[in-house]
Every structure is written in C-alpha cells, then in structure tokens.
Design a binder for this molecule. Structure first.
Ligand SMILES: NC(=O)C1=CN([C@@H]2O[C@H](COP(=O)(O)OP(=O)(O)OC[C@H]3O[C@@H](n4cnc5c(N)ncnc54)[C@H](O)[C@@H]3O)[C@@H](O)[C@H]2O)C=CC1
Ligand SMILES: O=C(O)C(=O)COP(=O)(O)O
Length: 387
C-alpha cells in the first residue's frame, strides 16, 4: 500500500485513478511515498527519506525544490498542456481587460447606486473615461511558445492581431502547432520594441526572474499593455509600477497579485485563476495521478521534469529500478550485481538526463535482498527499488 499525500485540493476525478486497494490518500501524510501538489510551496517542507515522487497537477514547478529532489532520487512530474486551454481563455479576457478599462468601468458603475441623478444618465455622461482600443490590427508579442504560448498566439491571429513570437528553446511539437502567420523573432528586443500588447508564457527560473525590468520596458512601445499569466517573479514590480505611473506601460494584467501591486492604477490583478476551471483541474489531476501511479507501481517515468522518460510494458517477474548518476560504467556495474545473484535479465532500459540516469531491469527469478543492498553499495547509485 502506497501513502499519497495531497498538499492542495486535487480534483476527485484524478484521485479515482489511485485505487483504494493500492493507495492510501492522506492530507496530513506523515510519511508519504508520493505527493500530489498544485501551487503549495514545498521549498521549506521536510521531505522524508521514503518519498519517491512528487506529481504537480499543473505546469509550473517553481514551488518544488526540484534540484534537491533530483539529488535524493525523488522523481518530480508535471502535466504538460493539461491546463493550457484554461489559461489561453483567461488570456483572451486579459487582452480585452488590458485595453478596454473593463475592471475600472465595473468598479465605477457600482458607485452610481448612491447618486441622485438617474443611473442611465450618469452612465452616458461618464463612459468616456473608459474608452480603450480594440485588439484587431494591433501587434501582440508572445514570449514563450510552449503549450500555452502557442494556443495564445494562434488564438490572437483569429482575433485579427498581428502576432510575434519569441522562444529560443521552442520544441519541435510546439513549432508544428504554431500558426504560420506568427512572426518569428530571434531576439527579445525585436519583439518588445514593436508590440502593442505583450504576454508572458515562460517558466520562472533563475534565468527568467525579473526579466521584465526597467531596461526591457525602456525598449517597449510607449503605452504597451503587458499580460502576465506565467509567474509574478518574472516582473520587477518596482520598475513596472514606476512605468505604469509614467504612462510608459499602459496597463498590466497579472494573475499573481502581491501587496505592492494592489491598488496601483492601470494594474488589474486576478487571483491566480489561470487554471481554475473544472476541466483543467480534472485534466491535471487525472494526468498527475496516472503518472504517480505508473511510477510507484511499475517504475515507469513519463513527464518528469528532473528524470528521463523511461517506460517498459510490464511482463512476468520482478522489476529492478535504479536511479543513478550519469557516469561511465554504471550499466556494467548494475548488471554485474544481477548476474552474480543468478538473475536472468529479460528486458532492460536505460536513459540519462543531465547529471542523472535511470535504469530498469525486468528479471526472472526471485530477487534476493542482497541485490538491493549490493546495488546501493555501489558508488553513484542514488535509489533502488524492486517491484
Ligand atoms: N496562471 C496560471 O494559472 C498558470 C500559469 N502557468 C505558468 O505558465 C508557464 C508556461 O506554461 P506552459 O506553456 O504550459 O509551459 P511549457 O513548458 O509548455 O512552455 C514554456 C515555454 O517557455 C519557453 N522558454 C523558457 N525560457 C524562455 C525564455 N527565457 N525566453 C523565451 N521562452 C522561454 C520554453 O522553451 C517553452 O517553450 C508555466 O511555467 C507556469 O509558470 C501555467 C499554467 C497555469
Ligand atoms: O499550472 C500552473 O503552473 C499554475 O500556475 C496553476 O496553478 P494551480 O494548479 O491553479 O494552483
């Protein structure tokens, strides 16, 4: 029986994939084998030595100590693309919100109730303060053309916008899915200096944190409207607020409110609603639960952010799963331990990713305890499981 701890509300449709005969679900989870998480911050959590995997029901993994997990042989999964449509639809709202002063208009309309003049008359008199531009014919810059960025870029072409995209690491899949009318920018300056609207769809990493700062803003068009449905950390808020005050930035629509942004004119804050649809919550939960189950039960790795994708159909016999450093001689050392125990290796697979690698062996014959301890005694072996 595997213990699975949920750190956030996870759609019950996903949890159904963790059958009660094999998995015990627990919110408190004193010693979980697996963790299911959305945005809960895990950086200061103590992760026990028994923890095998963390599955993020969503895209961003900056709330998880991924490097530390890698060193300890904890596999971290996410659910690529599972909430992309939900975010795309909210970006559509964000585009309109950033131009048409809808949030300000709604807030103003609410104040009319207390006035002496008829509301309809006040509306017609006051509406001119909320005039804002249309999207059609304007230039949209999409920074990051992954699961969400591609959907946003393609959608904007259907709104009659001219779309420019920037992503130096674009995947082949994403490139195939991108509309041919999206213009490819090879550097960021090229994109930011001509766009009326700019939308961010990149992960928060050491390289991207604070990337929208005074320097980048100074290269943007006067009055540019910026949308951030990616992560708050991508933007230097002090620089952004000062650009909103000077009018250099016309509007900032952001899914990540924080103290300094609230109440700033021109800033529209949403409470991290990008993925908050029943459809997306269900998609993410189902995918995360399946990834976790597949790894805990069979050792297969799919959609991990820190270990390679490795899977084999399960046959008869036992499976030995080894997480190790990506250094020469490991395969020979691992198979040597299996041979010495008299095991016949029926199938074997090995893949590496950066500093780490993963090897799975399907063997016939009972696996004696010495195999596990023998493997763990080898240098550069991080974790061994016999399933
Ligand atoms: N507001 C919300 O509720 C949600 C926010 N997100 C955020 O959006 C981000 C993107 O999500 P997905 O599109 O699903 O991820 P993804 O991994 O499919 O796409 C990210 C893209 O960013 C690109 N990229 C990385 N560094 C870059 C850089 N310096 N410049 C330009 N491009 C760069 C990558 O090559 C990749 O194509 C997530 O990491 C997460 O932080 C994701 C889902 C929901
Ligand atoms: O998937 C992501 O990166 C998100 O930001 C969504 O977060 P959530 O699952 O709604 O807490």
């Amino acid at each position: 029986m595997y213990q699975v701890q949920t750190l956030n509300h996870i759609s019950p449709k996903g949890l159904e994939h963790l059958g009660a005969n094999l998995f015990a679900l627990d919110n408190e989870g004193s010693k979980p084998d697996g963790i299911l998480v959305r945005s809960a911050d895990m950086h200061n959590m103590e992760l026990g030595p028994q923890l095998l995997a963390v599955a993020r029901a969503g895209a961003g993994t900056n709330n998880i100590p991924v490097a530390d997990c890698s060193q300890r042989g904890i596999v971290v999964f996410n659910t690529p693309g599972a909430n992309a449509n939900a975010v795309k639809e909210l970006v559509l709202a964000g585009l309109v919100l950033s131009g048409r002063k809808i949030a300000q208009g709604i807030a103003w309309a609410q104040t009319l109730i207390a006035q002496t003049e008829p509301v309809a008359k006040l509306v017609e008199k006051g509406k001119k303060q909320f005039v804002g531009p249309e999207l059609a014919g304007k230039k949209l810059g999409v920074i990051g053309l992954g699961a969400i960025g591609v959907k946003v870029a393609n959608m904007a072409t259907h709104l009659g916008m001219e779309v420019l995209g920037y992503d130096p690491y674009i995947s082949i899949d994403a490139a195939w899915n991108l509309s041919r009318s999206v213009k490819h920018c090879v550097n960021l300056s090229d994109l930011v200096n001509q766009c009326d609207f700019i939308t961010l769809h990149i992960p928060a990493t050491a390289d991207t944190k604070g990337m929208v700062n005074a320097k980048l803003i100074s290269q943007m068009k006067h009055g540019v409207r910026i949308l951030n449905f990616a992560r708050g950390e991508l933007v230097n808020n002090v620089d952004l607020i000062s650009a909103l005050k000077s009018g250099r930035v016309g509007a900032y629509v952001c899914d990540f409110p924080c103290e300094e942004l609230l109440g700033v004119e021109g800033c529209v804050c949403l409470p991290h609603l990008g993925a908050s649809t029943p459809e997306s919550e269900e998609n993410c939960a189902v995918m995360a639960a399946q990834e976790l189950s597949d790894y805990l039960l069979d050792g297969n790795i799919r959609n991990s952010v820190n270990f390679p994708s490795v899977s084999m159909p399960r046959g008869e016999g036992n499976r030995i799963c080894v997480i190790h450093k990506n250094v020469p001689g490991m395969l020979a050392a691992i198979t040597d331990v299996a041979n010495k125990a008299g095991l016949n290796i029926e199938n074997m697979t090995n893949k590496s990713r950066g500093d780490y690698a993963y090897t799975m062996l399907d063997v016939t014959g009972l696996v004696p305890d010495e195999v596990g301890s023998g493997l763990l005694a080898l240098p550069d072996i991080i974790r061994v499981r016999v399933l």
